[in-house]
Design a protein around this ligand. Structure first.
Ligand code: PLP
Length: 309
């Protein structure tokens, strides 16, 4: 995986009845077509840990279209590790969709479990059972949401100048945001746009920051840099409407940059809305972290103007 491909690009976007907005975008989507963006960041130190422990491979969890599962499959293959994916839905097979097919092609062994079993993925008893069943596998939580995942995400901002006033990114588990906040200058505001309904993401980020620092005062003061945006999930995780598709196509026509409908499209929409509403001023230096996800946009490929890998 080559993070030097993740360039910092200056973008000028024209909005209706508004002055054009100039901002910067960190192109983590260019790291790899499959292991895109933050998924590589979150796996990097998990892979190191698995290798150091002389594990046979990585066992992890995901839904049928999971960017994380396919990223894990490819990264493990490249690193000579085996991989096991525990997939939500016992009606599924290796052939059910392009994501699962590719996981299998990369050598991942898929274990399809019922929705009720999948719910147990954070319970110790269930994890011990999996550990006994697949001995010597290093277990990584869904979405790469652990300490090593967050550490890997600290490297995103370390590759950029440190004078941004605002940083925008999309959030699922909040792990990427934990890495970003903990590596940002204390004056930088981190705007996290939730791809899911609900307000739980703030608590997850605080927990993640506490895991990193062992210092209550420090983690709470970092947490104050977070601005959580829960108004742009477009109906919830994976929910997409015509307005969002049109926006993603318009953005692509103007900038040549593809966005995915599940995460980055919603986050970009939110950032431009904040600009329109005057929450960011024209002179504020603003960074958007493109966390990737184009692999997952295949589901909507007949409506999108760009080719998804
Ligand atoms: C998985 C994913 C996210 C969510 O990252 P978290 O660290 O779980 O918050 C954001 N953007 C894209 C494109 C993703 O695939």
């Amino acid at each position: 995986m080559d993070t030097s491909r993740s360039i910092l690009q200056k973008v000028r976007f024209s909005l209706e009845n508004c002055e054009p907005f100039t901002f910067w975008i960190k192109r983590d989507d260019l790291i790899d077509p499959v292991v895109s963006g933050n998924k590589w960041r979150k796996l990097k130190y998990n892979v190191e840990k698995a290798k150091h422990q002389k594990s046979k491979g990585i066992l992890t969890f995901g839904g049928a279209f999971s960017n994380h599962l396919i990223a894990t499959a490819k990264v493990c293959k490249l690193n000579g590790l085996n991989s096991i994916g525990v997939v939500r839905g016992d009606e599924l097979t290796n052939e059910s969709n392009a994501t699962l097919k590719k996981c299998t092609e990369f050598g991942m062994e898929l274990q399809f479990v019922s929705r009720s079993d999948y719910k147990k993925r954070y319970e110790y008893d269930y994890l011990y059972q999996l550990r006994d069943q697949f001995s010597q596998f290093f277990i990584v939580p869904e979405g790469g949401a652990n300490f090593y995942g967050a550490i890997g995400c600290q490297e995103i901002l370390q590759e950029t100048p440190n004078d941004f006033k605002h940083v925008y990114l999309a959030g699922g588990t909040g792990t990427t945001a934990v890495g970003v906040i903990s590596s940002a200058p204390s004056v930088t505001k981190i705007h996290l746009v939730s791809a899911l309904k609900g307000d739980f993401l703030g608590d997850e980020v605080l927990k993640g920051l506490q895991n990193l620092s062992y210092n209550e005062a420090e983690s709470h003061s970092s947490y104050k840099q977070l601005i959580l945006n829960t108004n742009h999930h477009f109906g919830g995780y994976g929910k997409v409407n015509q307005e969002l598709i049109n926006f993603i196509n318009t953005f692509y026509q103007q900038t040549d940059i593809p966005l995915d409908p599940v995460y980055t499209g919603k986050a970009m929409y939110a950032m431009l809305q904040d600009y329109r509403e005057g929450l960011i001023s024209k002179d504020d230096k603003c960074l958007f972290i493109h966390t990737g996800g184009i692999q997952g946009a295949k589901k909507w490929s007949d409506q999108l103007l760009f080719v998804t890998s």
